[in-house]
Ligand binder design. Structure first.
Ligand code: 5AD
Ligand code: SF4
Length: 470
């Protein structure tokens, strides 16, 4: 991957943006209507951030963004394939899109993201859902204006799926969901090849963005009113290793900590095997780096961790948690756990329960193992039957809920600085997050959104806390 001239790559899209914009403009003049675009995002924060770029480009092309598919002229699904149910959801909706397309033959449909990086998916869409106009994958998202122009000019199907990243394209227009917080990609791809995971196949090899480009982006965000940045990568702890001038994630945190206007720095995801002392010290020392860490354990059984190719043991995970808590005593930890990995015995599962009881997580994402074609785990013996996996999953939830409840209980009576994010479902109740990522609800008006408010915790609802402004 060359590092020269990266920005000019997006410049090439400008003429396509202008073309679609004009096409939409003439339609508006003729009909009095503005064409609308709908974007559905599935999966992780990386995809959510990709969709902010899709929406940014769609707006530049003159589309109005709509929240319903029914009145859309352009529909795009940004897909996920980490578990089978994410894919099934897309196929389910595609059946319904067929009726929409019949009703409105001018409707343009596009599917992009992780699912499209799998050959068998592209074959299935072409065979069963041939009415989908545009397909592209994870590596060339910035080409949406070009692909859409091609579809408009030729009226034929457009497929552009790359098998690897050719370059990192900077400065794609982005529309942020919140004015006061933003996500920033610091790296793409993953080299870890955990045996259950499809990400390395659909997101490619690890590529770090240049330090200067990241700093420049965060500085611009700060000037635009952003207070909180979320640094994104599949494994941020290995950031910078392959750059022309190698650097570390800890150093990047220290650099971003210096940027005026930024008040909070978050990041995800951290692989336990790469979490260095240097990073723990940077988290401890940098005032703006939040006292929160998402540290996926996946399993508490060293035997299964080995089969998962995670490259740490139960004991190493536990001592890492101890070390982090020793340096940053008020840190909140969250985790990811997979239940029902091939060959999981009752004893393996109990090891997972044991780690959960010991770690005092503040939240957790739990998953039933899903067989992903092409991954080593899919070919392993002793796949766990659904009933056993479900039973274990429910037992895990019981233990987790008690543990999370107890962790949250210690927060009652304390005061947290909450960045107010939005009005909750109930009018007059604002929800926001403390620095340690605790979700907090409190009384207040929408004028508080985007401000940091001191809130004293009065009630523990396990998955969120209730507090009062002081
Ligand atoms: N089945 C179930 N969960 C999975 N994850 C990744 N791949 C799978 C799979 N095949 C989970 C892991 C990861 C999170 C993002 O998704 O826990 O950390
Ligand atoms: Fe998947 Fe493992 Fe990479 Fe995370 S670290 S994206 S679980 S392969």
């Amino acid at each position: 991957m060359g590092e020269t001239n990266i920005n000019s790559l997006f410049d090439l899209q400008e003429s396509y943006i202008a073309f679609v914009n004009q096409w939409n403009n003439s339609y508006k003049l003729e009909t009095g209507h503005i064409r609308k675009a709908f974007c559905l995002t599935m999966g992780c924060q990386m995809n959510a951030h990709d969709s902010e770029k899709l929406i940014g480009m769609l707006q530049e092309m003159g589309y109005e963004i709509t929240q319903t598919e029914n009145d859309a002229d352009f529909i795009i699904y940004n897909t996920c394939c980490i578990r089978a149910n994410a894919e099934e959801k897309v196929y389910g909706r595609l059946g319904w899109l067929k009726t929409l397309k019949k009703r409105n033959p001018n409707l343009i449909l596009a599917i992009c993201g992780c699912m499209v990086q799998q050959n068998e998916v592209v074959e299935k869409i072409d065979k069963t859902y041939g009415f989908v106009d545009i397909l592209f994958g994870t590596y060339n998202l910035y080409k949406l204006p070009e692909l859409l122009s091609e579809r408009i000019k030729t009226s034929s199907k457009v497929r552009d799926i790359w098998t690897e990243q050719k370059e990192i394209v900077e400065e794609v227009p982005t529309v942020r969901e919140h004015k006061f917080k933003a996500s920033v990609n610091i790296m793409y791809g993953c080299d870890n090849f955990c045996t259950y995971c499809v990400v390395p196949y659909v997101r490619g090899r690890e590529r770090s963005r240049r330090r200067e480009d990241i700093i420049k982006e965060v500085e611009a965000l700060a000037l635009d009113g952003v207070k909180e940045v979320m640094l994104l990568g599949q494994n941020v702890n290995s950031y910078g290793k392959n750059l022309e001038s190698p650097t570390s994630f800890a150093q990047l945190l220290r650099d971003i900590n210096q940027i005026d206007g930024i008040e909070r720095i978050r990041f995800m995801t951290s692989h336990p095997k790469d979490l260095s002392d240097e990073l723990i010290y940077a988290m401890r020392d940098c005032k703006k780096v939040c006292n929160y860490l998402h540290l996926p354990m996946q399993s508490g059984s060293s035997r299964l961790l080995n089969k998962m190719n995670r490259r740490y043991t139960k004991e190493q995970y536990l001592s890492l948690v101890d070390k982090i808590r020793h340096e940053i005593p008020d840190i909140s930890l969250s985790t990811d756990i997979i239940v029902g990995f091939p060959g999981e015995t009752e004893k393996d599962f109990e090891e997972t329960i044991d780690v959960v009881k010991k770690c005092g997580f503040s939240s957790a994402f739990t998953f039933i193992y899903s067989k992903r074609p092409g991954t080593p785990a899919a070919a392993m013996d002793c796949q766990i039957d659904e009933e056993t996996a479900h039973k274990r999953f429910n037992r895990l939830l019981d233990v987790l809920n008690t543990s999370i409840h107890n962790t949250q209980e210690t927060k009652i009576g304390k005061t947290y600085n909450v960045l107010a994010e939005k009005e909750s479902d109930k009018a007059g109740i604002i929800t926001g997050r403390a620095e340690d990522n605790t979700l907090i609800h409190f009384n207040g008006g929408t004028d508080l959104i985007g401000n940091t408010i001191p809130v004293k915790i009065t009630e523990n609802k396990t998955f969120y806390l209730i507090g009062e402004r002081i």
